[in-house]
Design a protein around this ligand. Structure first.
Ligand code: CO8
Length: 255
């Protein structure tokens, strides 16, 4: 198995482990990843962390060696399947974090873009180099990158295919933070900054933010009012506000 899954405390940890090809996403790995994300849904976790095995790469993208000499229908089917697998991250009830611990190119960066958060180690290098192969991004890059860093910057990255380092990614807002030390520990520490809050509230907030770039602002405000109202219905909202008044730490029960 090239996609490993384990539980670290209240965090599910997925590790892409195909180090001889810099954790490149063969079609078999995409299928494994899909099954693994489905298994995460059944786990009693509060966040998901995804990283790459070894010191060199998060994921070097789709397996280029598999992409040649295939019927067009198969190419389209593969693009749509990859998109659907990555979209499962959007639909997870818990937030996901990509720990980019080295190269994240093409489909690798697109996998990270499908996560809720991206963190990078200092040696991280990122890009959508498909243009250099005569191709265009196919696993969500043309849609998610502009939403994250804006159209002009996304257009530049996609049309030039250039590589950016961790510091530039931080400046562009492509990653939330650049981290030092053990990447998995850093990812778990980041998860602990939100994973203790009420899961329903986290989900409501995430849903509203996710919709911000897909609907007109008036509709977005209605979504905000809807989920905001739902949050007030939870016992956790009552607990959170009571804890504030009583000057104690809230104990959320995800209900
Ligand atoms: N696919 C297959 N094998 C790869 C890939 C890849 N994407 N990346 C690296 N490898 C392999 C290399 O071939 C090499 O194997 P071998 O030793 O057998 O030749 C091994 O990994 C180590 O790689 P390098 O020797 O190249 O390592 P370097 O440290 O010199 O370079 C780089 C690292 C810069 C990351 C370099 O490997 C590279 O440029 N890789 C390709 C990056 C890339 O172009 N990614 C985009 C791929 S296209 C894509 O993701 C499209 C997504 C949508 C797909 C739609 C499907 C239909």
């Amino acid at each position: 198995m090239s996609v490993k899954l384990e539980q670290r405390g209240d965090v599910a940890l997925i590790v892409l482990d195909r180090q001889d090809a810099l954790n490149a996403l063969s079609f078999a790995i995409i299928a494994e990843l899909e099954k693994t994300i489905d298994r995460v849904k059944e786990m009693p976790v509060r966040a998901l962390l995804i990283t790459g095995a070894g010191p060199k790469a998060f994921c070097a993208g789709a397996d280029i060696k598999e992409l040649r000499n295939r019927p067009l229908a198969a190419q389209r089917q593969a693009i749509e399947h990859g998109q659907a697998v990555f979209a499962k991250l959007d639909d997870l009830s818990v937030a996901s974090i990509a720990m980019i611990n080295g190269y994240a190119f093409g489909g690798g960066l697109e996998l990270a873009l499908a996560c809720t958060f991206r963190l990078a180690t200092r040696n991280a290098k990122m890009g959508l180099p498909e243009i250099k192969l005569g191709l265009t991004p196919g696993y969500g890059g043309t849609q998610r990158l502009p939403r994250v860093i804006g159209e002009a910057r996304a257009m530049e990255m996609i049309l030039t295919g250039r590589t950016i380092d961790a510091e530039e990614a931080l400046r562009l807002g492509l990653v939330n933070r650049v981290v030092d030390g053990d990447p998995i520990e850093a990812g778990l520490a980041f998860a602990s900054e939100f994973s203790g809050y009420s899961l329903p509230a986290l989900k409501f907030a995430r849903e509203a933010v996710q919709r911000a770039f897909t609907v007109p602002v008036r509709e977005g405000l209605k979504i905000e009012a809807d989920v905001g109202t739902l949050a007030y219905r939870t016992a956790d909202a009552e607990e959170g506000m009571a804890a504030f008044s009583e000057k104690r730490k809230a104990v959320f029960r995800d209900e």
